[in-house]
Design a protein around this ligand. Structure first.
Ligand SMILES: *[C@@H]1O[C@H](CO)[C@@H](O)[C@H](O)[C@H]1NC(C)=O
Ligand SMILES: *[C@@H]1O[C@H](CO)[C@@H](O)[C@H](O)[C@H]1NC(C)=O
Ligand SMILES: *[C@@H]1O[C@H](CO)[C@@H](O)[C@H](O)[C@H]1NC(C)=O
Ligand SMILES: *[C@@H]1O[C@H](CO)[C@@H](O)[C@H](O)[C@H]1NC(C)=O
Length: 298
């Protein structure tokens, strides 16, 4: 299958008419065309730390939204997570293409059976928006409109991102008429929601759609170092542009803050040990599924 045929499937917002019909506060290149080359697709792009990323109004707006609600360490983390995801996807895609042109999979260079199942379809806009907005639930500005008293932070981020897309869709629909309504359809919006809600649950997200999976894997790579084909040099270039300064202390403090301020959202999640180790009087006991089950009468 020629990968170029997938271009408009991959980037629904690049459908003809989208660009000429909108007035955007952001600058972007002219309407893209599907490449006739068998390997590459073409999309409006810019290069950050050596990584070519999709450059559309909604991606720019998501970046601005992330910046607005993030401390420096969080902003750098989401930018790295986005870029690492793009890099691992590019490596994955290269491998797929290589295998196709060889006519047989090269067993020694195929990372895992799971990776092969990811296919060749990634909606780069969905990936970008979800990666950029995945930590909105870490907004520590006073009276944040994003942070709820009763939902885990992943869900706060997912809900805020759905609201962001809804705003974007309405603004776009006003400018572009009916055409705008289908750009962020239910499926793409759901993928963003799922990718953010599941980004800390790799044991589930790695079996979901490529967008959900790549968002999670790109973010995890910020903690685990280069992997999944991403080279040391590529990784280092991203880190040089968005330094990891304060990553450990920042994540730790954020987790401690969440365990102290809304402990019931942290039980049975990866947050729980932060509460158990660092928050006075924190106790998950009695709140875990374990407690519910072992407390059954028979
Ligand atoms: C990036 O944009 C340029 C110019 O707009 C285009 O020629 C190129 O094919 C694009 N690259 C990708 C990977 O889409
Ligand atoms: C297949 O794997 C072998 C062993 O690692 C390697 O030498 C060879 O270059 C690979 N072929 C391709 C097309 O990647
Ligand atoms: C995490 O934060 C707590 C509370 O501020 C602190 O006591 C602990 O040393 C920190 N742990 C790490 C690994 O930074
Ligand atoms: C912890 O709980 C005890 C007993 O309820 C209470 O006296 C103490 O003030 C609490 N400490 C903190 C830091 O909340």
């Amino acid at each position: 299958m020629a990968i170029s045929k997938l271009t408009f499937l991959l980037f629904p917002s690049l459908l003809p008419g989208f660009f000429c019909a909108t007035a955007s506060p952001f600058s972007f290149p002219p309407s893209p065309r599907a490449s006739t080359d068998h390997v590459t697709t073409s999309y409006p792009n810019r290069t950050i730390a050596g990584v070519t990323v999709i450059d559309t109004p909604v991606v720019r707006a998501a970046e601005a939204r992330a910046r607005e609600h993030a401390s420096d360490f969080v902003y750098n983390h989401v930018m790295r997570g986005w870029l690492f995801g793009v890099l691992l996807w590019n490596h994955h895609l290269q491998l797929q293409i290589q295998e196709r042109s060889n006519g047989h999979p090269n067993a020694t260079t195929t990372p895992t059976a799971d990776a092969t199942e990811m296919g060749t379809h990634l909606d780069l806009e969905v990936h970008a928006v979800a990666a950029l907005l995945h930590d909105l639930g870490w907004d520590r500005t006073p009276d944040s409109p994003i942070v709820s008293p009763d939902r885990r932070f992943e869900v706060d981020g997912a809900v805020a991102s759905r609201d962001f897309l809804s705003e974007h869709r309405h603004r776009h629909a006003e400018l572009a008429g009916e055409r705008g309504r289908s750009v962020w359809d239910r499926r793409r919006t759901q993928l963003v929601w799922d990718a953010i809600a599941l980004h800390t649950t790799a044991s589930i997200s790695r079996y979901k759609e490529a967008e959900v999976r790549v968002v999670g894997q790109g973010i995890m790579m910020d903690f685990q170092g280069p992997q999944l084909g991403v080279t040391e040099a590529e990784y280092a270039a991203v880190v040089a542009r968005f330094p990891q300064t304060g990553l450990r202390s920042g994540v730790n403090e954020t987790a401690v803050w969440l365990c102290a301020s809304k402990p019931e959202t942290t039980y049975d999640t990866f947050m729980q040990p932060f509460g158990e180790n660092y928050v006075a009087n924190y106790s998950a006991k009695g709140h875990r599924v374990f407690d519910t089950i072992t407390g059954l009468p028979n």
